[in-house]
Design a protein around this ligand. Structure first.
Ligand SMILES: O=C(CO)[C@@H](O)[C@@H](O)COP(=O)(O)O
Length: 244
């Protein structure tokens, strides 16, 4: 079935955005093993497909879609055509031989309740998951943490996969934080971003700082950073750094 037939109830502009997003999400999954963030098929990436009101969307984003990987498929077998398209209730909106990721409900809940979020990533990266196993937030003791996370990386509640309890934990925890990452207790990191690439970057940085702070704590007590310095570092990195 062609993409046009697959999503024939959507206007051409939306079908084109779905196709583009499937390519983006498929390609970004390669970043997870490349950065050492996953083993086997653990972990997943999704991106929101924004549907503007003039094309049949809702002002609050509730009619948007999400594109996510198929559950349990090896990273080297992923392709745009295998990416699954769901509504923000986590329900597939097309015929596919593939079931969506087992974390689809968590991704969908996050998009539904955080309209600014355009990408979600979940991994089981070793050091971030070790902090999650202890239910301890990663303290903001590195300038890189102030840059990317604007403070500590918070811990979310223990939640069982399969319904929206993980999504609720992500939203409740991140709604009160500048951090784009949350360590779900006993499970692992979930990250958010303006798009999937930003969420993948947050996952890479989350693992890096979790490792660095862990190593530092083997040597002694890391030095705290004053809040005013955290705020100025965060502001610079978010608004000035790079080619902005
Ligand atoms: O954390 C879990 C399962 O506990 C999942 O993220 C992981 O197994 C990946 O599942 P999917 O292949 O995305 O269905």
């Amino acid at each position: 079935m062609s993409a046009a037939e697959e999503f024939s109830n959507y206007p051409p502009e939306v079908r084109e955005e779905i196709a583009r997003t499937r390519q983006v999400v498929s390609d970004l999954h390669a970043e997870l093993p490349r950065n050492g963030l996953v083993v086997w098929t653990a972990g997943n990436v999704s991106q929101r497909v924004r549907i503007p009101a003039e094309l049949g969307g809702a002002a609050d984003g509730s009619a948007d879609l999400l594109v996510i990987k198929p559950s349990g498929v090896s990273y080297d077998e992923l392709s745009p055509e295998k990416m699954v398209v769901c509504d923000l209730d986590g329900t597939m909106i097309h015929e596919s031989p593939h079931k969506p990721s087992s974390d689809t409900a968590a991704h969908a809940y996050t998009y539904k309740h955080l309209p600014h979020v355009g990408g979600v990533v979940h991994t089981h990266s070793t050091y971030a998951t070790a902090w999650a196993a202890r239910g301890e937030a990663v303290p903001c003791v590195l300038t890189m943490m102030a840059d990317e996370f604007g403070g500590p990386i918070p811990v979310g509640p223990f939640a069982i996969i399969g319904d929206d309890s993980i999504g609720r934990g992500i939203v409740e925890t991140l709604s009160g934080s500048r951090s784009p990452a949350v360590l779900m207790a006993n499970h692992g990191p979930f990250t958010i971003g303006k798009d999937a690439r930003a969420a993948v970057k947050a996952a890479v940085m989350c693992e890096e700082v979790a490792r660095a702070v862990h190593v530092s704590r083997q040597l002694g007590d890391p030095l705290p950073i004053e809040q005013k310095h955290i705020d100025s570092l965060y502001d610079r990195y978010q608004n000035v750094y790079g080619q902005k």
